[in-house]
Each structure stands twice: as C-alpha cells, then as structure tokens.
Design a protein around this ligand. Structure first.
Ligand code: NDP
Length: 295
C-alpha cells in the first residue's frame, strides 16, 4: 500500500484564499479584522513564527499589529499591554507568542486575554467550551489536524483514534475534537504502557510528542490515517558537517508504506496552524461585530 500524502501546504493556501475572499467581503461592509501578536524577547524560532504570522495576516487583507517587548519585560508590563489590546476595538484577535521568559507566568497572561479575542484558544474558558460542545475558539494546531483528517475521511464516527501527547495546546484539544466527531478516543502519553500496541488499534493516529521518528511503521494499523504534529530538528550529516533537518514524530517512510494517508513533515500540519489562526481571527471579528461568518 502506498499512502496518500496529505498536502497541508496546499490545503492551508486554499484556506487562506477563502479567508482572503471573506475578508474582502467584510471590507465592503467597512470591517477590517485585526490580529495583534505579542513577542517578548528574542527567541529566534519565535521571531520567525511572528514574522510569518504578520506576513500572512496582511496577505489575507487583515490588519496586523506587532508588539515586541524586551526579554527583560515584567509580567505587569505584559499584562498592561494585554489589557490595552483587550480594550482596543480595532483588535479582534490577540496572540501572545509562547514560550515567555521565566519571570512571566504564562498561564496568568493566557487568562488575562479576553476569551472573545483568544484566537489561540488557550484560555480556560475556550478550553471549557470545546469540552462542553459550546462554540468558542479551538487551538489552531489541532483544528488544522482535524481539517486535514476530514480532507481524506469525511465521516469519523465510530473510528478508533489515538492521540499521542496530552499537552493543553495540542494533545488534549485534539482528543476533544475527535470525541466531538464521535471517534472512540485514547490519549497516550509518557506513562502509557505498550504504546506500540495502543497505536496499532488506531484508525486515526495523531502524534504530538516532540520525539524524532518515534512512531515506527510496525505501530500503524494498515489503512490508518496518520497525522504527524512533531517538529524536531536532527543532525543531517548527508547535507554536511553541522547541518540539520526537520523530521516529525513518525518514521515517515515506514509509516507511509502501511497507512492510507499521512502528513509529511515539513509541509503537513505546520502550515495549517497559521491558516487556522487567521480563520479564528476572522470568526472573532464576525462574532464581535455581530455579522455572520462568511462561508
Ligand atoms: P509537549 O512537550 O507539551 O507535550 C508532549 C507530550 O508527549 C506530553 O504529553 C508527553 O507526555 C508526551 N510524550 C513525551 N514522551 C513520550 C513518549 N516517549 N511516549 C509517549 N508520549 C510521550 O509538546 P507539544 O504538545 O507542545 O508539542 C508536541 C510536538 O508538536 C512538538 O514536536 C512540537 O514542536 C510540535 N508542535 C507543532 C506545531 C505545528 O504547528 N505543527 C504546533 C505545536 C507543537 P507527558 O504528558 O506524560 O509528559
């Protein structure tokens, strides 16, 4: 069997195109959705994310507001900025780039964001809404994973889904989304016994661990849909001394020989995260202004 490669890059580009169309429609009603991104410090990976978020926000026609605070910024300074953004009517979505420097309590900052502007879906109010089936904002990476799963398998009811990882930003919301689709969901983690056997039951397998190529081909049920969230930088001696490459949590070649569909890394889940952030921002703008979400 040779798996369908789920092209997250193409799917995300299509989604951004649809968002751009909806933003243009809103523009004709005098509405311009705005996304504020806050970066504290100079973490290089975070700088890259923030830059590409800003570029793609502008590309779909939304307003992008970037706020950069020094690595030495205090928690009070960041909370004051969040309060200003909560009160700013031109800001529909607020994203505070994680991780934050150690003097700042990230949970406190997340909880300070107005849940109506929490386009990352990390606020406990939005996590609770997801759990109780009430409309809210869903964390962007798992939302992107669900869209990719549904691009190859429309009806998920009754399927066995295994999510490896139980973080608040990926694993737990992913499990909730699959449960809402009537999957039978197992959440595996570092204390799970016989992980390969647990994975072999999965019709849908989502790996969000952060361990390079941990999931082997032999762990995969023939015909399963495999979603690889992991982003791991590993040495790449073939490319030259000191060079690195990005791999996922799944041994891609082995898995692709068994699965029916699989996301590559890079080019799978990664591009979906920002596209879903823009989708959430569009939704926030519509909800806050009481206009229907363009389809
Ligand atoms: P966390 O480190 O917060 O969580 C990792 C999870 O994996 C934990 O629940 C942990 O279990 C579990 N785990 C660790 N080791 C094992 C093991 N040996 N066997 C089974 N489970 C294990 O990571 P995140 O959820 O934030 O991210 C996961 C991966 O996804 C990372 O590679 C990250 O870079 C990537 N990522 C990608 C995104 C994208 O846009 N594509 C966005 C966000 C993350 P326990 O709870 O018991 O410690």
């Amino acid at each position: 069997m040779s798996a369908t490669i789920i092209d997250g890059k193409a799917y995300a580009a299509g989604l951004r195109g649809r968002i751009a169309g909806a933003v243009a429609d809103l523009g004709r009603q005098g509405i311009r959705p705005g996304l504020a991104v806050v970066l504290v410090g100079e973490d290089p990976a975070s700088q890259i994310y923030v830059r590409s978020k800003a570029r793609l926000t502008v590309e779909v026609g939304m307003a992008s507001f970037e706020h950069v605070l020094p690595a030495t910024a205090s928690e009070a300074e960041l909370l004051a900025l969040v309060a200003r953004l909560n009160a700013d009517p031109t800001v529909d979505g607020i994203l505070v780039q994680l991780p934050l420097p150690k003097q700042i309590d990230a949970q406190k900052v997340i909880e300070a964001i107005d849940p109506a502007k929490d386009v990352d879906g990390f606020h406990p109010v939005n996590a609770g809404r997801l759990m109780t089936g009430v409309p809210g904002f869903v964390s962007c990476t798992p939302l992107g994973c669900l869209l990719l799963i549904q691009s190859v398998r429309r009806d998920l009811a009754g399927l066995d889904a295994v999510v490896i990882g139980r973080s608040n930003i990926v694993g737990k919301p992913m499990a909730q989304l699959l449960l809402a689709q009537s999957c039978t969901v197992t959440v595996a983690h570092s204390r799970t016994r016989d992980l390969p056997e647990v994975c072999r039951r999965a019709d849908i397998l989502v790996a969000a661990v952060g361990r390079p190529e941990m999931v082997r081909g032999g762990w995969i049920k023939p015909g399963a849909v495999v979603i690889d969230v992991g982003i791991n930088r590993v040495p790449d001696p073939a490319a030259g001394e000191g060079r690195t490459r990005i791999v996922g949590d799944v041994a891609y070649g082995e898995a692709a020989a068994v699965a029916s569909a699989i996301t590559p890394v890079p080019g799978g889940v990664g591009p979906m995260t920002i596209a879903c952030l823009l989708r959430n921002t569009l939704e926030a703008a519509c909800r806050r202004r009481g206009v229907p979400m363009p389809t």
